[in-house]
Design a protein around this ligand. Sequence first.
Ligand SMILES: Cc1cc2nc3c(=O)[nH]c(=O)nc-3n(C[C@H](O)[C@H](O)[C@H](O)COP(=O)(O)OP(=O)(O)OC[C@H]3O[C@@H](n4cnc5c(N)ncnc54)[C@H](O)[C@@H]3O)c2cc1C
Length: 363
Amino acid sequence: MNEAEFAVVGAGLLGLSTAWALARRGHEVVVLEAAHVGHDGSGSKGTARIFRYGYDDPLYVGMAQEARALWLDLAAESGLELLEITGQLTFGDDLPLLTEALGACGAPCELLPAAEVARRYPGMVNVAEAVFEPDSGVLSADRCLQALRDTAGFTLLESAAVTAIRPNGERVQVTAGAVELSASVAVICAGPATSRLVRLAEIAEIADIPAQTPTLEQVVYLPLTSDLMPVVINRASPLLYALPVRRSSTIKVGLHGDAPPVDLDSTDMSDDPVLLERVLEAAAEMLPEWEGRVVGSERCLYDNSPDDDFIIDRVGRVVIGAGTSGHGFKFGPLLGERLADLATGVPVGDAFARFRMGRRPAS
Ligand SMILES: Cc1cc2nc3c(=O)[nH]c(=O)nc-3n(C[C@H](O)[C@H](O)[C@H](O)COP(=O)(O)OP(=O)(O)OC[C@H]3O[C@@H](n4cnc5c(N)ncnc54)[C@H](O)[C@@H]3O)c2cc1C
């Protein structure tokens, strides 16, 4: 039996961020990952994610502000360029709710009339009034994972699928194949597989984890034709997002909330022609001309909680970090800090009560 202070299950963004936070505090950490970092079935895979403050809700705006400082720390520690600021235009419904929440947190934003949007961003089609956020940008997702993995001193075991987690008095035993690990606390960050792992492991103390509904999203990559291209969000139903990926001269485009639930055991990662067509139709209504060329596509799993709020909690010797609902990347290192707080017994503050397992989603 191997010993560690902390065992972290899952080496996606949340697991690696937690390990980074714990290791930075001088703790000994072992991370167990069923496959490998950034693998095709992980929700953290790929090259790009939106970083923005723009939420209707001051809780999330404040969290994004805290997360940004940590991303900058990680970039400095790793020497890798992680966040590229591009600015963001948000079109669509309820823009005053957005500007109110941003204003309440002192986050800069500007309401631009349609003519000003057209002047600043020539080529954008069907322009309308928009909120401009100067501090939004694009996180290089793969580099973020690399920075977390390589910068902190923790042990990473890949191809180590955890099958049992047994709290046992002062310790918790974690089993992954031939690996038997005894830790003071286990932190489970297994993405959409988290609640299933909790059930499989029969962790008696955890009776009330919110349901997780994985969906398989369809993403399309279009050619990037302008250096001015900002992050674009259209708050329609479903919500369109587009972000410039300058490293590959592409625009990543998707529809948030358009994909059906999937079974984790039989996930087919090939393109869905119907979803793909819907993304292209929505893109054609907003984005600069891309000459009809699709340069790439990908599927990626969302780990949806019932209310889109994260699941961040501790019961006994087990900490849970999951339910990121398709918007967790920007908060990665902050969620890692709070999960590390829970693991080490540091209070996480009242705001995080919203993420507890026993919450009842508003009806
Ligand atoms: C298409 C798409 C676009 C997105 N866009 C954005 C965006 O623009 N901005 C934003 O902020 N967020 C975005 N997100 C969300 C963000 O990427 C996720 O919230 C985040 O990456 C989830 O990280 P995670 O660590 O919780 O899960 P994952 O990355 O899925 O990691 C979980 C890990 O646990 C491992 N695991 C599972 N079971 C076991 C086991 N039994 N034993 C050991 N390991 C196990 C898995 O193999 C996996 O590697 C997007 C997500 C997708 C899919």
